[in-house]
Design a protein around this ligand. Structure first.
Ligand SMILES: Cc1cc2nc3c(=O)[nH]c(=O)nc-3n(C[C@H](O)[C@H](O)[C@H](O)COP(=O)(O)O)c2cc1C
Length: 213
């Protein structure tokens, strides 16, 4: 190895974050930061780590944020996948964004539910045909013997929808995460980072506090 992993370190100094500067609503604050991530030309700024729970144990993977609607974070996947089965049992999830070019992290905890069928249909229609076909082809998270199985199934599905619009598979659609905790992290010098956390309570709406780094 060229460099020891322990020696990899970066000093953060570009930006700062004050409780007095943030929006009263964390979703609005998220959208402000998301615009900045877009302007910074970060690769896939909408890629987020989604953590779910399987038998009391956390498990994580990346999915793509596809919208922020009614103050909820929307993504799409296979309802029969491992994560789909986990979310059906436990709706508590967390999302995490890391935008290195801005030295920023956003952590979201919340409660997930499926979006309605019309919303999933509308998004499915907007996807490239190859992705629409792929949603039918892949039994996501299942063990398969070989890649050839997918290629054979691809041929079958292409034939099935030849010269036709690809309809949304019933096992594929969106989820929305209603946030209960949102934390904005801004890297600062000497590891004294800024952390601003929003916590939702029915009585107080959003409580905003600074956390020690
Ligand atoms: C950059 C990136 C974006 C991804 N976006 C999605 C997505 O939007 N939806 C999805 O189901 N899987 C997406 N994946 C694949 C997931 O990380 C994961 O492999 C898959 O959903 C199966 O997860 P599961 O077995 O835990 O259900 C993405 C992976 C990467 C690396």
């Amino acid at each position: 190895m060229q460099q020891s992993i322990a020696d990899i370190r970066k000093e953060y100094s570009a930006l700062s974050l004050k409780a007095s500067e943030v929006d009263a609503n964390p979703v609005d604050q998220f959208l402000t930061w998301f615009d900045m991530a877009l302007n910074a030309e970060i690769m896939e700024p909408n890629a987020m780590t989604l953590s779910t729970i399987e038998e009391n144990k956390p498990t994580s993977r990346i999915v793509l944020l596809k919208g922020v609607e009614n103050e909820q974070f929307v993504f799409y996947t296979n309802y029969n996948s491992s994560k789909g089965k986990q979310m059906a049992i436990s709706p508590y999830v967390s999302l995490n964004f890391f935008w290195p070019e801005l030295e920023r992290q956003v952590r979201i905890e919340g409660i997930v539910k499926k979006v309605d069928a019309d919303t999933s249909d509308a998004y499915f229609k907007s996807r490239p045909r190859g992705s629409q076909i792929g949603a039918w082809v892949s039994p996501q998270s299942e063990s398969i013997e070989s890649r050839e199985i997918l290629e054979k199934r691809l041929e079958e599905i292409e034939l099935k929808f030849k010269d036709k619009e690809v309809e949304r598979p019933p096992h594929w659609g969106g989820y929305s995460v209603k946030p209960t905790i949102v934390e904005f992290w801004q890297g600062r010098p000497s590891r004294l980072h800024d952390r601003i956390r929003y916590t939702f309570s029915e009585s107080k709406n959003w409580k905003i506090e600074r956390l020690a780094p």
